[in-house]
Structure formats: structure tokens, C-alpha cells
Design a protein. Structure first.
Length: 275
């Protein structure tokens, strides 16, 4: 190969473009976030008041509480079994009841399974309203209506689970390929038959996965609902907090953590079997 040919080949070879400079954009994003943070903590421009001096002078209060929680009081365990079992029962019952309502509501809220636009929008509007109300608000109102106990807690969990499960499952149906439903329409099947025989079969793994996810959430949520009188271990948490027994509170938190981890392991096993 001659020198001219080699030079021509070298000049014709593709060149790697220069790496674009991204640091100006990154610097701009960081500066914008810093400005928003300063504005949010400055009362003069409509932000909230953050007393950094009080935080610095009272940091030992938090350190003392953390120190107590690092030494759990295991003697409280006999008092936790019954409330913890009640919390688990509330979580399971709430998830089971919500699953029964979530299956038809998910079909009505998804476009491929409900071509009736006005009905679909109405269902979504109701579900958005249900999901917009915080669970503690539901629990507070229901405790005033039906009294203290597990019933208001279960109703709250059902409403919470329906809002979460239906949203996630209906979005999964919307984003999935609905070509399998065309065969049902070509065969002359009604929308109800198509949903029952095709869409439900395709969506069943997503429904079960989301119901298991709601079960995990229910254990955490039901532990909080008891603070307002909706049953479960939350009442004991509120009692220990009221007496400043953070060492006993740490034991309760560890027990809830163990229950949540066990449920998560079982849920993962069930999800793998459904794939």
C-alpha cells in the first residue's frame, strides 16, 4: 500500500465525536435546586421557617431517643403478640376484600377492557377521589362513625388497597398489547366474555402481584392506624410513645420489621410461581 493510499484511508476513517460538555447543565440544575431550597426555607419569600439554631442546640434530644432505641426492651414482647396478630389479621382481611373489588374495577377503568368512555372516566374519577383522601383521614372519620376497633381499620385498608391496586392494574392493562382480544371480537364475543376469558387471564399475574404488594403496605399502614383508634398494634405504639418508652418502641418496630420481611419473602416466592 502506497503512502497516498494509506493517507486517504486514514482520512476516510470515521472519527469519534468529542464528548459534549455536560457540566454547565449539571451546574445549572444544582444551582436551581439550591435556589428552590433556599426559597422554601425563607419565610420572607413564602417559605417555611426553619430554626437551625434550635436544631443545633437541641440535637441531644434526638440523640438520647436514638440511644434508647438502640437498647430495645424485650420485656414488652408478651404484650405485643395479640396486637401484632390483630394487625396482621387486619392486613390480610383488607387485602382479600380489596382484591374482590379490584378485579372488576380494574377492567372498568382500563381502555382495552372498557370501550365505554363515559363509564371509564366516571370509574377513574371515583377511584382518584378515593385515592386522594389520606388513610388517616379515613380512619379518623370511620372511628367516629363505627367506634374504636378493627372494623374502621379494615374499611380504611380496603379503600386504600382498592385505590392502589386498581390504578396499577388498569395502567398495566392499558400499556399491554391487547391484540389477543381481537380474536374474541372476531368470534362474536361480548365485551364481558372477552374480559373474562382473555383479559382476566392475561392480567391475573399483575393482579396477584399488586394484591401481594398491598398486603405488605397494609402491615405498615395498620400499625399507624391504631394511633387514631383503628385497631392493631398502633395503639400500643401510641401508648409507649406517650410514656416516652423508646426502648419498648424499638422492640415493637423490630417485630413489625420481621413480619414485613416474612411477608415480602412469601410474596416473592408466589410472584416467581406466577411468572
Amino acid at each position: 500500500m502506497s503512502v497516498d493510499t494509506a493517507a486517504a484511508t486514514a482520512s476516510a476513517a470515521p472519527t469519534v465525536p468529542e464528548r459534549p460538555r455536560s457540566w454547565p447543565r449539571t451546574l445549572g440544575v444544582v444551582a436551581a435546586l439550591g435556589a428552590v431550597t433556599i426559597a422554601a426555607t425563607t419565610p420572607a419569600v413564602g417559605g417555611i421557617e426553619v430554626d437551625l439554631g434550635a436544631i443545633a442546640s437541641n440535637w441531644t434530644n434526638g440523640a438520647d431517643r436514638i440511644g434508647q432505641m438502640l437498647t430495645p426492651d424485650w420485656s414488652i414482647r408478651p404484650r405485643t403478640w395479640q396486637p401484632l396478630l390483630e394487625t396482621l389479621q387486619m392486613a390480610v382481611v383488607g387485602a382479600a376484600i380489596a382484591a374482590g373489588f379490584a378485579v372488576p374495577l380494574s377492567m372498568w377503568a382500563a381502555r382495552p377492557t372498557n370501550p365505554n368512555a363515559p363509564l371509564r372516566r366516571a370509574v377513574r374519577l371515583v377511584l382518584n377521589t378515593v385515592r386522594a383522601v389520606p388513610d388517616l383521614v379515613y380512619a379518623t372519620v370511620l372511628v367516629a362513625m363505627v367506634g374504636v376497633g378493627t372494623l374502621p381499620g379494615i374499611i380504611t385498608l380496603v379503600l386504600f388497597d382498592i385505590g392502589v391496586v386498581v390504578k396499577l392494574v388498569s395502567e398495566a392493562i392499558d400499556s399491554s398489547d391487547a391484540a389477543y382480544m381481537e380474536a374474541g371480537r372476531a368470534a362474536g364475543g361480548s365485551q364481558t366474555q372477552i374480559n373474562r376469558l382473555t383479559a382476566l387471564a392475561q392480567s391475573w399475574p399483575a393482579i396477584v402481584s399488586q394484591v401481594l404488594y398491598s398486603l405488605e403496605l397494609n402491615v405498615r399502614i395498620s400499625a399507624i392506624l391504631g394511633i387514631v383508634g383503628a385497631g392493631g398494634i398502633g395503639r400500643l405504639i401510641d401508648e409507649m410513645r406517650g410514656f416516652y418508652r423508646y426502648d419498648a418502641l424499638a422492640t415493637i418496630i423490630l417485630e413489625i420489621l420481621v413480619v414485613v420481611l416474612v411477608i415480602e419473602v412469601v410474596s416473592n416466592v408466589l410472584r416467581k410461581r406466577l411468572r
